[in-house]
Design a protein around this ligand. Structure first.
Ligand code: MHQ
Length: 264
């Protein structure tokens, strides 16, 4: 029997036993995270790719451009909040996340949910013509013109374009978004060590997966992306502040409660 053979080869058994536990637990975590991603990714990637021919017409683009600043901010805030709710569900399904204190769960989601949405956005992005799937069809940066933050929109689109160039698999998107979410450097964590342990487990799982598919090179490119994510999120907060300062009375009625809770 195979067991008998292992016992008969003590050197081999020793080597196997020393590598088996880490391989098994990291594979298990990878499977859990990939499944969690698949169950909470809003649209399947094949579905999105099949819809790429649906592009907003000239008239539809003009209709977006003639909306008021307030209406366009409200629409985007609702779309964003919708996506964030799926990210919250993703987080809850990651092994170990619900074992963190409620404070730390909230800190991680406050700091990371927009970052995860922006990474996931590359799945809804068509790099061939620079369009994104928004409210049922594909459109370019021009549909967001009336938001009045062209610099932010341009940066978000450039980020998607550059992430698409890495040709991440669904497994890689799943693991990368989990690494982004479980960032132990977020301010105000109560049990930083506990988050750091969870983060390093996911990090090991990600690295093992990349190594096995000979994709080690994407790792250094993704650490660059982490920095860009941080600056995109602070740009979003800056633009939001500016928007709210000009409309102090309107602000509360305009945005969904979760958007308020996360960003204002
Ligand atoms: C979709 C793909 C998608 C498309 C566009 C105005 C405001 C509240 C914030 C994405 C600044 C703008 C939006 C483009 C910014 C945060 C907006 C602009 C899922 C949703 C998603 C990713 C939108 C999310 C919100 C974005 C990034 O499949």
């Amino acid at each position: 029997s195979p067991d008998q053979q292992l016992v008969n080869a003590p050197g081999l058994t020793c080597r196997l036993v020393s590598v088996l536990p880490s391989l098994l637990s990291s594979d298990c975590l990878t499977a859990n995270i990939v499944k969690s991603h698949r169950e909470t990714c809003q649209y399947r990637v094949e579905e999105l790719q099949a819809l790429r021919w649906k592009v907003f017409s000239r008239e539809e683009v003009l209709a977006y451009q003639s909306k008021s600043v307030e209406e366009m901010w409200q629409r985007c805030a609702y779309r964003l909040t919708d996506s964030i709710q799926y990210v919250v569900e993703f987080a809850k399904r990651i092994d170990g996340f619900l074992e963190l204190s409620q404070n730390d769960q909230i800190v991680l989601l406050k700091g990371g949910s927009l970052e995860v949405v922006l990474v996931r956005m590359c799945r809804s992005f068509n790099p061939d013509n620079g369009t994104v799937f928004f409210e049922g069809k594909f459109g370019g940066t021009e549909i967001f013109k009336s938001l009045g933050c062209n610099d932010l929109i341009a940066s978000i689109f450039e980020f998607s374009q550059s992430l698409c160039a890495l040709h991440l698999s669904e497994q890689e998107v799943a693991l990368f978004t989990a690494v982004v979410l479980l960032n132990p450097e977020r301010a105000c964590l109560q049990e930083k060590e506990k988050v750091a342990r969870l983060h390093s487990h996911v990090d090991v799982a990600f690295k093992n997966t990349l190594q096995r598919s000979h994709r080690d090179t994407v790792l250094s490119k993704l650490s660059q992306k982490t920095l860009q994510l941080k600056s995109l999120c602070s740009l979003h907060i800056d633009r939001l502040r500016l928007f709210l300062e000009l409309r102090p009375l309107l602000a509360h009625s305009l945005f969904p409660p979760l958007y308020h809770e996360l960003f204002t």
